[in-house]
Design a protein around this ligand. Structure first.
Ligand SMILES: [Zn+2]
Length: 328
């Protein structure tokens, strides 16, 4: 039994100085998996709670299952997916499912090799960018003003194009941040998603500020929107500041570190965003908006983002640590 624990520690609970610098996370001292871990051991590490990735894997896996459950529940009993007016919501929910699934995969398999680690997180960034675009679709179609003369915010195509550009640029910049701008990488990543969030929020914010009728002045979703924004903002702050592990290195390696908290805030925040959309949908649908293009635009953005992540190079500068042998 003792030998088994020792073996497990040598695979799933290494110290920072025992692994290549490419596998380091800021202020995390223990719980590193052995680099070049096998596929099977990567999966096994998800339930090894001495490992600093287990919480990240499980938190987004649980969220992934929960969002699938919500999707099935919604389109089996409440709404008809054949109805084009529900497509922005479907797009939003698929975005939730996609980013939690990709994050689970990225955190599970990033120890296979240095190249795989980069690829895993490229795909993770792409999935968040796709989610940002998808949730923007839902806000635009369901939460923007019924009565507004603003051509800019009434134009579905313009909103799609700018949203798609922000989404693809975010993935590109985030992938670049793994190769360059090392000291600013967390700020860059957070800022790209804040930018996407502000763009998505614009139609709703503008509606509330300029409304003149009962439908547009309806503030029943406002509390959820504020709560959701606050959680996303807190997730961003944690991602940049690395609190609490910055002040207590080694104390929160396996549970309670900033990335663990960020996963929780993102999951709860994106659930509240979904609830906000459901409230906004109860105002009714706008016949002047072209719902059909919502899904087409989503498919386009998914494909381009995934292509960027797949094709982006993974060249890296090797650390000064002796290359560990491959695990069996
Ligand atoms: Zn993560």
């Amino acid at each position: 039994m003792k030998t088994e624990n020792l073996d497990e520690d040598m695979l799933f609970n290494l110290r920072r100085e025992e692994v290549l610098s490419e596998f380091h996370d800021p202020f995390i001292i223990t719980g590193y998996r052995k680099p070049f871990l096998s596929f099977k051991n990567c999966v096994k590490s998800s339930v090894m709670f001495s490992c600093n990735e287990s919480f990240n894997i499980l938190s987004h896996f649980v969220s992934f299952v929960f969002f699938i459950f919500l999707f099935v529940l919604c389109f089996k009993s409440e709404l008809d997916i054949k109805d084009v007016e529900t497509w922005p919501l479907a797009s939003n929910m698929l975005g939730n499912i996609g980013f939690t699934l990709m994050s689970t995969i990225a955190h599970t398999f990033n120890s296979l090799s240095v190249e795989t680690r980069h690829k895993c997180f490229y795909l993770d960034y792409a999935a968040i960018s796709i989610y940002a675009f998808c949730s923007g679709q839902a806000t635009f179609f369901y939460a923007s003003a019924f009565f507004s003369d603003n051509i800019f915010l009434n134009n579905s195509y313009l909103f799609h194009i700018v949203g798609a550009l922000i989404s693809i640029t975010s993935t590109l910049l985030n992938c670049f941040s793994r190769m360059k701008w090392q000291s600013k990488k967390y700020i860059i990543r957070t800022l790209t998603y804040i930018c996407a969030y502000i763009w998505n929020f614009l139609p709703y914010g503008y509606r509330l500020l300029t409304c003149t009728n009962r439908l547009d002045c309806d503030k029943s979703g406002l509390k959820l929107a504020i709560l959701n924004s606050t959680l996303f903002l807190m997730a961003g702050i944690l991602n940049v500041t690395k609190i609490p592990e910055r002040f207590y290195p080694g104390k929160f390696d396996c549970c309670g570190q900033s990335h663990n908290l960020m996963h929780i805030f993102l999951s709860v925040g994106s659930y509240l965003q979904l609830q906000f959309i459901r409230i906004e949908m109860s105002r009714g649908f706008q016949s002047k908006k072209d719902y059909f293009y919502s899904l087409l635009a989503t498919i386009f953005v998914i494909n381009v983002n995934l292509l960027v992540a797949i094709l982006f190079p993974t060249k890296y500068k090797s650390g000064n640590v002796v290359q560990p042998k491959k695990s069996k």
